[in-house]
Ligand binder design. Structure first.
Ligand code: LLP
Length: 416
């Protein structure tokens, strides 16, 4: 199952990765359907059907991934009209879709209302009034939850911390109260619940448990005013183990959350928005070693994938494991920085890695299924890479490598 060595060659499920590289070329994202399913089931098994798992589309938005999750019963967390269109295109259930994000524009709100999405996670007073006005215009009722910023430190990288009061996300409990009162009287707003999202790659459960207490305090306060909430949305954020660090499992996460809700006798239905934990381990980025190079006493692997293909190491100093596709006994191990071809010194995939390799070999950047392809770009005019999914002994191309013509298909040479 999953990614494993057989006869010193890395396989995904039953397929040798070398075969995939021959068929689809390098670099290439490769996903395991079995791992995707395993991760999905880890949550699904523990939650009742009234509790909703809304997969965060931004982690990996390939239609083939979304379509599989939709088939298995997922709801979705979206942050743009583009993500809504993807969910619809993949056959996802729009009524099980929640719309987060601080900057929803008119057109996105309108389309989401017309599509009858499950809930808007509203992040500010002005957004609430805007949604109300657009709903009124369309003779619609917008279903809403207010996103609370609980000012809790998620203890993760500052760029992916979202639950501290100095960040742009959500609103304080105090600011939320008058908005709930307003929504309760509005003919175009229907209050569904309360939400939060603390950040991403959380490696302890404490912040989630603290957030639950705060959100439930608010829910109780509202109940006293006859404003009854139905749902409590804890957002996403559960981390994965990139470097053998111990992180809570989906089982531990769900159990502790459910216990915390039960302790308070909360009758609210739980919604969660996991992204990374569903797709990260299901995907790898495979890249070819183009050159080996030594500058003074530093050894470099120059790979054919760079920061435009996988930006996490450059942007968050993420350390993802790097494995050779073929384990060699004929070469000594050396210490390498694995870098790409991009003209920036931030263009690295991993630093100080012990590897026994030569030019022409392939490497796998592990745990790249979340925020890998979805954050990739055409920087340095590099076509985005192919994506492949493996199911047992079969591999399927789920996104073709971009062509050079696609790089400039929306451009025009105009002379004034
Ligand atoms: N819900 C909301 C409102 C979010 O903003 C996010 C992620 C999620 C759910 C899903 O969080 P997850 O379960 O994946 O941690 N590019 C960064 C991660 C950015 C996360 C942004 N928001 C990275 O590569 O680490």
């Amino acid at each position: 199952m999953s990614f494993h060595y057989l006869n010193r060659e890395l396989h995904v499920e039953e397929v040798p990765i070398t075969n995939i590289m021959v068929k689809f070329g390098s670099p290439c994202y490769i996903y395991s359907q079995a791992i995707l399913h395993r991760q999905w089931c880890a949550f699904k098994q523990l939650l009742q059907s009234s509790q909703q798992i809304c997969y965060a589309v931004k982690a990996n938005s390939n239609l083939a991934i979304l379509a599989r999750l939709a088939k298995w019963g997922a709801g979705f967390d979206i942050v743009s009209g583009g993500e809504l269109a993807r969910v619809m295109q993949a056959g996802g259930d729009v009524r099980k879709t929640v719309f987060s994000g601080v900057g929803k524009i008119n057109e996105e709100i309108k389309i989401a209302l017309q599509a009858n999405i499950g809930c808007f996670n509203v992040e500010s007073e002005s957004e609430l009034f805007r949604i109300e006005a657009i709903a009124k215009n369309l003779h619609k009722m917008a279903i809403i939850a207010l996103r609370i910023n609980p000012n809790i430190d998620a203890k993760t990288h500052p760029y992916i911390t979202t639950g501290l009061k100095e960040t742009k996300f959500g609103m304080s409990g105090n600011d939320a109260l008058p908005l709930y009162r307003h929504a309760a009287t509005s003919p175009h707003l229907k209050i569904q619940g309360i939400s939060c999202h603390l950040g991403s790659q959380l490696t302890t459960l404490d912040p989630f448990l603290q957030a639950i207490e705060q959100l439930l305090d608010l829910a109780e306060q509202l109940k006293k005013e006859n404003i009854e909430l139905k749902t409590i949305n804890l957002g996403g954020g559960l981390g994965v183990s990139y470097q053998q660090k111990k992180v809570p499992t989906p089982q531990e996460y769900c159990q502790q959350i459910l216990v915390a809700l039960k302790k308070r006798n909360a009758r609210l239905q739980l919604i969660i928005e996991p992204g990374r934990i569903i797709t990260a381990q299901a995907g790898i980025l495979v890249t070819k070693v183009e050159y080996l190079k030594t500058n003074s006493d530093k050894n470099f692997v120059i790979a054919d994938a760079g920061m435009n293909d996988l930006i996490r190491p450059a942007l968050y100093h993420a350390e993802q494991n790097i494995l050779p596709i073929i384990q060699r006994c004929d070469l000594p191990e050396k210490n390498y920085d694995v870098v790409g071809p991009i003209c920036e010194s931030s263009d690295f995939l991993g630093k100080n890695r012990q590897l026994a390799i030569q030019a022409g070999d392939y490497l796998a950047i592990m745990d790249s299924g979340a925020y890998g392809f979805s954050m990739s770009s055409n920087y340095n005019s590099r076509p985005r890479v192919a994506e492949v999914i493996v199911d047992k002994n079969q591999s399927f191309l789920i996104r073709s490598r971009e062509t050079l013509e696609q790089l400039w298909q929306n451009e025009k040479i105009v002379h004034s």
